[in-house]
Design a protein around this ligand. Structure first.
Ligand code: FO1
Length: 310
């Protein structure tokens, strides 16, 4: 069977890792947001691809949420000493990935490069970019429009969020591996990871053809709420929803994914407050504190999807 998971950011990497540890390695395709990608110091940085890759390779820094564990920062110290750009931290081990990716991208598209790096790290699941064409999330805030990493890192998500646009999406094509996953006769479920719906999932849905393929799905699509009792587990999802005047509830998630999902997994604490319209819900302990809980939640979401299929 094939399970297709849409992922971005820290929450996406955690569930992807849980799914990778409970599914046979050939059964999981993880489609990753590349709207956060940018060229920095001459290097092509793909943060969400790296979060998923490092998580599946068991080398991610789970405290920081991004980059490599047991990291050293000699490159950044030397960069600052030279008066270089110090706002975006590239650890010494992480740097090796960006240098290799940049080298490989001179000869191959991002899909092939992502698969090559995953294979070098012993990963057998399919990690696929949403597109091999450049799509760049641009954030419109009260302080003007800014590139994603300027908003997220340089300004730490402080400016008031107004809207997001995906530069390049209109001419981007879904990656071949992602199209193949949608068309795979063995496809049994589509999962939307508990990533930021606006910053991490909407870029994937902005690539022409992806949203429509989910609308036309023949299998259940199940999302996992990124909120627990009105708070985001990590990152600016709650702040952004509040700035948009939306309640930070499972209902907001259900509305955001209207027409795309058959099921929504929410925290047990949020089940009593569920309004009852829209997707079928399933209550679970959705805070993934460790790998065991990532696996337990992966089992729960897969069982829920199987239930919806029958
Ligand atoms: N996030 C930060 O808050 N500060 C950083 O200095 C930073 C550096 C960084 C380097 C490589 C990488 O893959 C991710 C990095 N991130 C950093 C996180 C990144 O901005 C986010 O992971 C995604 O873009 C949003 O999920």
């Amino acid at each position: 069977m094939t399970v297709l998971a849409l992922a971005g950011g820290v929450g996406g990497a955690k569930l992807a890792n849980g799914l990778a540890s409970v599914l046979p390695e050939g059964d999981l395709v993880i489609a990753v947001n590349t709207g956060d990608d940018f060229v920095h110091m001459g290097l092509h940085i793909s943060p969400d691809i790296d979060s998923v890759t490092y998580a599946l390779a068991g080398m991610n820094d789970s405290v920081r949420g991004w980059g490599v564990k047991d990291e050293s920062w000699a490159f950044m110290e030397a960069t600052r000493h030279l008066g270089g750009e110090g706002w975006f931290n590239l650890g010494d081990r992480d740097l090796a990935t960006h240098v290799l990716r940049t080298q490989l991208l001179t000869k191959a598209p991002l899909s092939a490069v992502t698969a090559d790096i995953a294979a070098r790290l012993g990963i057998r699941q399919a990690i696929v970019p949403m597109s091999d064409d450049p799509v760049r999330s641009m954030i419109l805030t009260d302080d003007g429009e800014m590139a994603f990493q300027d908003y997220f890192v340089r300004h730490q998500c402080a400016p008031r969020f107004r809207s997001i646009r995906f530069a390049g999406a209109e001419t981007a094509r879904p990656s071949a591996a992602l199209v193949a996953a949608f068309e795979d006769p063995a496809l049994e479920a589509i999962l939307i990871c508990p990533s930021n719906p606006i910053l991490s999932i909407d870029p994937i849905l902005s690539v022409p053809g992806i949203r429509q393929r989910i609308v036309d799905r023949r299998v259940p699509c199940v999302a996992l709420s990124p909120f627990i009792a009105g708070q985001a587990v990590k990152g600016p999802a709650a702040k952004i929803m509040t700035e948009l005047g939306l309640p930070t509830t499972a209902d907001t998630i259900a509305r955001h994914y209207e027409g795309l999902i058959d099921g929504l997994v929410i925290d047990e604490a949020d089940v009593p407050g569920w309004t009852g319209e829209g997707p079928t819900i399933h209550g679970a302990d959705i805070l993934m504190r460790n790998v065991d809980q990532q696996q337990a939640l992966a089992h729960a979401i897969l069982a829920f999807a199987a239930n919806l299929r029958s």
